[in-house]
Write a protein that binds this ligand. Sequence first.
Ligand code: IMP
Length: 182
Amino acid sequence: MTDVKPYLSAADIAARVRALGDRISSDYAGGSIVVVPVLKGSFVFAADLVRAITVPVEIDFLAVRSYEGTESSGVVRLTHDLDRSIEGRDVLLVEDIVDTGLTIDYLLGNLATRRPRSLRVAALLHKPARTKVVVPIDYLGFEIDDVFVVGYGLDDDRGGRRHLPYIGALEPAALDPGARVR
Ligand code: IMP
């Protein structure tokens, strides 16, 4: 599509995801992880990441809605909760993009009340320029500019580009107010 500029290639993403998987596998060596992808944007990243992890994993999903309109409202709502208890478990929250930080901040607070043994964050992308709340990112793929990116499973409103194997940046003219709604 003409309005999407290539930003991160499939090969670059794959190499970085493999490196993250190696680090995670060595950090949790001898243990097991409950991997918690935050739907929907992280489903492709999470699918690749778990296959790069060599320690045993279980998967449980969370879904949130964090935006109403173009700007973050600061209100994060859980729309799908975990199926199982995480008490005493090593939990790895998997997020596609840390933008303002509000979503991860909310989720870390929420999950901490369930008394996991440990709670860490893996995020494919981080936009430091948009930070409103500083959150810990234990495993980060790439820091990126303040651009709206699509592809590789990322939220795209009705743009129809979630399946692209690479990440593309939308040209400013292609940005529309609905684009930030999950
Ligand atoms: P935060 O609460 O502002 O950190 O929002 C993070 C969420 O906003 C991400 O998980 C994405 O779902 C969404 N998001 C932020 N920037 C982008 C983008 O450039 N493309 C697709 N989704 C985005």
